[in-house]
Design a protein around this ligand. Structure first.
Ligand code: GDP
Length: 264
């Protein structure tokens, strides 16, 4: 009962507060809605529809501690306040995906981006390509936000967590393989996009002198894309495995909550 009462009170209060926010993005079916519900209520949902953006307020669950409160003790009102945050769940499919990347252009209070992906789907070409394209666009939005920033210091860094979900499935790839597969697939997306731009530019002007630099993710040159290249624009990318559910029960997402705590 206390948990239910709690989430009722907080659901009403959400959005208005200006609390630190984590943006949930990723392909449809990865587990965003399930993760939102688990974080909000401590249970996994039986039915779900993630067709509209949803913001809920949550508390960082025990025993995770917000980085800003490492020296505070439980019971200290400042400690309790610092555990509060908003999860902003975004729809993963079709046109609505633009919503996620446009939110990144004006990321009020965004402390981090959690890219939820089905680690079993990554082992199939279609699933891998869909995830890689989406992630490419998210990272490119962050890169543009950085390079377009007016201040010399650059905007506040926004870290990215790739939450490799469904580790309970025996077909799920381990986090390290999810990482390398995505890096490789993003390299391909990057090349394809550049080629498409060149072709379009050549058609328009009859030459191929389009400024591709702004659309090129990460380091230039012939090398392949690696997440570490995002450090230059102030973005760290971590890949952590987890599973929101385990059969009908809650699974284990401690690694993701701990990552969120580090950025609270
Ligand atoms: P969303 O489209 O990203 O919001 O994904 P959902 O949260 O709707 O989840 C898609 C499907 O994956 C649902 O049927 C969930 O029950 C299922 N799912 C979510 N997390 C897990 C998990 O950790 N393991 C397994 N086996 N299934 C999961």
């Amino acid at each position: 009962l206390p948990i239910l009462l709690h989430s009722f009170l907080y659901r009403k209060a959400a959005t208005a507060t200006g609390l630190p926010t984590f943006l949930l993005v990723g392909p449809s079916g990865g587990g965003k809605t399930a993760f939102t519900t688990l974080t909000e209520r401590g249970t996994v949902p039986t039915t779900h529809t993630s067709t509209a953006p949803l913001q809920i307020e949550a508390l960082l669950p025990d025993p995770h501690v917000p980085a800003s409160s490492h020296y505070r003790s439980p019971g200290d009102p400042a400690f309790e306040r610092s555990r509060r945050f908003i999860i902003h769940d975004t729809p993963g499919h079709g046109k609505l995906r633009n919503y996620a990347t446009s939110t990144l252009a004006d990321p009020k209070n965004v402390r981090g981006i959690v890219f939820v992906v089905d680690a079993a789907a990554i082992d199939e070409e279609a699933g891998l390509n869909e995830a890689a394209e989406y992630l490419h666009d998210v990272l490119l939005s962050l890169q543009k936000r950085y390079t377009n920033a007016k201040t010399s210091k650059g905007p506040k860094e926004i870290p990215v967590l790739i939450a490799a979900n469904k580790m309970d499935l025996f077909t799920a790839l381990p986090a390290s393989a999810v990482k390398t597969k995505l890096e490789k697939a993003i390299s391909a997306v990057r090349n394809n996009r550049a080629k498409a731009l060149r072709d379009a530019g050549a058609k328009l002007t009859g030459e191929d002198d389009v400024d591709e630099e702004k659309e090129w993710l990460g380091e230039g040159g012939e090398g392949s894309f690696e997440f570490d290249q995002m450090r230059e624009i102030g973005t760290t990318v971590d890949v952590i495995g987890g599973n929101v559910s385990q059969g009908k029960n809650a699974g284990d997402v401690a690694g993701w909550w701990s990552w969120m705590g580090e950025h609270l």
